[in-house]
Design a protein around this ligand. Sequence first.
Ligand SMILES: [Zn+2]
Length: 309
Amino acid sequence: MYNKFYRVRGRDQSITVATPGPPCMAHCISAARRVVYTAIMPELPEVETIARGLHQRLAGQRITDVWIGNKTNLLKSPARQIARVLTGARIVAFRRVGKHIVCDLDSAAGPAQWIIHLGMTGRCAVCEPGHPLAAHTHLVATLASHREMRFVDPRRFGKLQVVTGHKFRAPGQEPTTVDEDTFVALFKGRNTPIKSALLNQSLLSGVGNIYADESLFRAGIRPRRKALRITRAELLALRHSVQQVLAEAIAAGGSSINDYVDANGDEGFFQLQHRVYQRTGEPCLVCRTPIARTVIAGRSSHYCPKCQK
Ligand SMILES: [Zn+2]
């Protein structure tokens, strides 16, 4: 059911990148292999996969040294503060909160958190010492083992931040665990298309365009229907499909975890076999009706006009 794709052209946006060194990061490639890659936002399953990979490799390690580049627009905390909190801190855990990677730290000044948002092209890589530095590397955290955790982001929509305590929360509900009543209540009285409500990060944290379209298809709900007109039974079906789609994508990612965080890992995103997303004009896998496309709140939406009401 799953396939992987490697920098497929024709998605939201493509960029050509070449770097002089050998591959270090998902998007940094040797000059001999000049390629086009796609700048799609990592969605919740990718972030979950990366956080798990970082946790497996780095939990319990101490950060001995931090280097931060001079591109400060991706720093939500001052560089000096990030360096001060990270240096000497022990990594307790990496985990996903919404679409953020959160690193719980035991620092000299007490509990703290390092918050990483990957933006469109951000990547975290665990590199062996001496591994050539990829272009667009903005932070290098050296660990007591001498391995390095590097943050690379060609387009710099990512964000790096440190906060005190272990209290960081995403703005919306966690879609993989939200209970039935809470889920239904999110959409009550909302006079907006259900697709827009699904993408509203203050309601559900981390559901992106692909998984919204796929979930609505599985639940049989048209993306443009007003949220307040959707019945409780339909919303419960939607919650089930959101959780099913995300769980399948996370499971698919688990098998490709090395591709994300190991410097020499394979490159590319995993991807569920889409049933509607970007299949405009292709036959519905259930009823053969051509998949339709519409634009809602500036985002492409794909649906089956027959299966979705
Ligand atoms: Zn159909």
